[in-house]
Design a protein around this ligand. Structure first.
Ligand code: GTP
Ligand code: MG
Length: 201
């Protein structure tokens, strides 16, 4: 898919403040610092659009970006970030849960996973929650440039094995790096396909 335009639309503290659900929407979720904001910027080739930081906890609201004037990318706060106060990190959890459960135009959740790490508890619980709530999702491995191919392959194999303990079929899996610009075409193609399924209401 060709990206003709991409710009920030709005930041919302709650799902009720989000833009009207008239366009298909895709959310990027994962542990703090996994690379959500960086990946969104890579998709649209616009470096400063979503705010990134080497310090976890940068993104704190539901951020909508409008692409090609007809679909939304959504950057969410990370989960599982221990350094925020407990009350605050639970609020993040609630914000994300409410958003996913109530956002009617959300077609797919892209769950980002650091390709250097084996499955973390926070990710496992999040996958379970998505499954229980019948939320369609894909898995995006990030920072592939930082993980050697043997680590990447063994982490991938472990993920597949663990997921197949709970699901009959694997979700779509993408491997990305913003340094190498890899995985971009694949992600955009997948979004383009899903856009076709969207019925405005
Ligand atoms: P929060 O908003 O804090 O939850 O973080 P985030 O998931 O949005 O992560 P962000 O995009 O801000 O990136 C975190 C750090 O990882 C930054 O220092 C990025 O430059 C770095 N980073 C992101 N993607 C990649 C990648 O593919 N390769 C490498 N080497 N670094 C990356
Ligand atoms: Mg971020």
């Amino acid at each position: 898919m060709l990206i003709k335009s991409a710009r920030f639309a709005v930041s919302s503290p709650e799902v009720k403040n989000c833009p009207k659900p008239v366009f298909p929407e895709y959310a990027f979720i994962g542990r703090s610092n996994v690379g959500k904001s960086s990946l969104i910027n890579m998709l649209v080739q616009h470096k400063g659009m979503a705010k990134t930081s080497s310090t976890p906890g940068k993104t704190q609201l539901i951020n909508h970006f409008i692409v090609n004037d007809n679909w939304y990318l959504v950057d969410l706060p990370g989960y599982g970030y221990a350094k925020t106060s407990k009350a605050k990190s639970e609020a993040f959890g609630q914000m994300i849960a409410d958003y996913i459960a109530h956002r009617e135009n959300l077609l797919n959740v892209f769950v980002l996973i650091d390709s250097r790490l084996p499955m973390q508890k926070a990710d496992e619980s999040f996958f379970m929650w998505l499954g229980e709530n019948h939320v369609p999702f894909s898995i995006v491995f990030t920072k592939a440039d930082k993980s050697g191919s043997s680590t990447l392959n063994s982490n991938l194999a472990n993920y597949r094995k663990k997921l197949l303990d709970y699901w009959e079929e694997l979700p779509p899996i993408f491997i990305t790096s913003v340094i190498n610009q890899s995985g971009r075409e694949e992600l955009l193609n997948s979004i383009e396909e899903m856009n076709k399924d969207f019925k405005a209401y």
